[in-house]
Design a protein around this ligand. Structure first.
Ligand SMILES: Nc1nc2c(ncn2[C@@H]2O[C@H](COP(=O)(O)OP(=O)(O)OP(=O)(O)O)[C@@H](O)[C@H]2O)c(=O)[nH]1
Ligand SMILES: [Mg+2]
Length: 387
């Protein structure tokens, strides 16, 4: 049997599609990571659309846009999670990469909202495939949008995993390959980072969170694959440093973050795990992530879904009821499930409203800050000249 990595290389030559989702608390560096990964400003930062020049992160806020945002913040946003496509080329291999950014979450009130939004998105992609597979005539333009890897951004607290991180990773991992990463890892020194990584992996094990751990089979896989995979596994959770800035070092442009004591280089494996995660995602483990998504995660979802279904419905023709006696029980279960779904929708709407109100408040705060700054300039301009 060919090794996972060699299979990966073979398929990558033909050009491949990969979907990566980024999830995590607000401000953990998700947008910066994505832009660093694709080496272009693919995603905009949350507040960027309110700037006078969105392409220049240092330009001032546009007060009319801030006002407009504050006025419309309460309106319902129908789609919160939007995939964005980008074409990359890695060692001559074409990769059609889809990035799915998710809204950042913060305090307790957003937890269920965040989980529902993400989980609904993941399951919807499986449902689409399931419906497509059960069609008599396939749609030639059907797009498989299943998410192959979910990068879960852990904030660099240096302590243990937070409850929300444990809960989200645990609940999402039956649906997607969860890869834990520490965002903004340069916030910790190397000793703190080492201890933090160890603590996170202990928590992951203790809580039985089935994250993607670069699986290998000592019986089946070759030595190279076993070594590569165990090295990557030892790096978990990947320490991420992202940057959209290039700094000149010895006349060479280097992607990094500038500090009074020096520069943290994004692509330097001694400074961050960014480059190793990037090559695992886009080159060595791309096929493995896709295979696990299809053969294991989707297959489990499909089995769960079909065993939950009863006769009729859009998938009905392919499912035969096993036992008439169980029919009524299953109908009741189905009814309960629908009611639960309705309740969940109401709950989601409430959470969304709260989220909108929070955004509205934040936008108002931003506009206040701008007004305050203006007032400061005004006072300075008109202050009398001392004799
Ligand atoms: N020190 C450090 N700061 C970072 C890093 N990545 C991003 N930042 C900074 O952290 C802030 C938030 O970064 P974003 O990339 O916008 O974070 P996000 O998770 O997308 O945030 P939201 O979308 O607002 O939830 C910005 O000021 C970034 O410059 C990093 O690796 N290290
Ligand atoms: Mg962002």
């Amino acid at each position: 049997m060919a090794s996972r990595t060699s299979r990966g290389r073979k398929q990558a030559k033909k050009g491949v599609q990969l979907t990566v989702m980024v999830v995590g608390a607000s401000g953990t560096g998700r947008t910066t990571f994505v832009n660093t990964l694709v080496d272009q400003p693919l995603l905009t930062h949350r507040s960027q659309s309110l700037l006078t020049d969105p392409s220049n992160l240092h330009s001032p806020l546009d007060i009319s846009l801030v006002r407009q945002a504050a006025q419309t913040a309460h309106e319902e946003q129908p789609i919160n999670i939007k995939p964005i496509n980008v074409e990359l080329e890695e060692d001559g291999v074409r990769i059609a990469l889809t990035i799915v950014d998710t809204p950042g979450f913060g305090d307790g009130i957003d937890n269920e909202y965040a989980f529902q939004e993400i989980s609904t998105y993941l399951e919807r992609q499986y449902d689409d495939i399931l419906a497509e597979e059960s069609r008599i005539k396939r749609n030639p333009r059907f797009r498989d949008n299943r998410v192959h890897a979910l990068l879960y951004f852990i904030p660099p607290t240096g302590h243990a995993l937070r409850e929300i991180d444990i809960e989200l990773m645990k609940r999402l991992s039956p649906r997607v390959n969860v890869i834990p990463v520490i965002g903004k890892a340069d916030s910790l020194n190397s000793l703190e980072l080492k201890a933090f990584k160890k603590r996170i992996m202990e928590d992951i094990e203790y809580y039985g969170i089935p994250v993607y751990n670069f699986p290998y089979d000592v019986e089946e896989d070759d030595e190279e694959t076993i070594n590569d995979n165990s090295e990557l596994r030892a790096l978990l959770p990947f320490a991420i440093v992202g940057s959209e800035e290039e700094i000149m070092i010895n006349g060479q442009p280097v992607r990094g973050r500038r500090y009074p004591w020096g520069v943290v280089e994004v692509d330097n494996p001694l400074h961050s795990d960014f480059s190793r995660l990037r090559s695992a995602l886009l080159i060595s483990h791309l096929t493995d992530l896709k295979e696990i998504t299809h053969d294991f995660l989707y297959e489990n979802y499909r089995t769960e879904k079909l065993s939950r279904s009863v006769g009729g419905g859009d998938l009905g023709q392919s499912i035969l009821p096993e036992d008439m006696a169980n029919q009524s029980v299953r109908l009741k279960e189905e009814q309960l499930r629908r009611e639960e779904e309705k309740l969940r929708e109401v709950e989601l709407k409430v959470q969304r409203d709260i989220q909108m109100k929070k955004q509205e408040l934040m936008a108002k705060e931003d506009s206040l800050k701008v007004l305050e700054a203006r007032l400061g300039e005004f006072v300075f301009f008109f202050s009398p000249v001392q004799p």
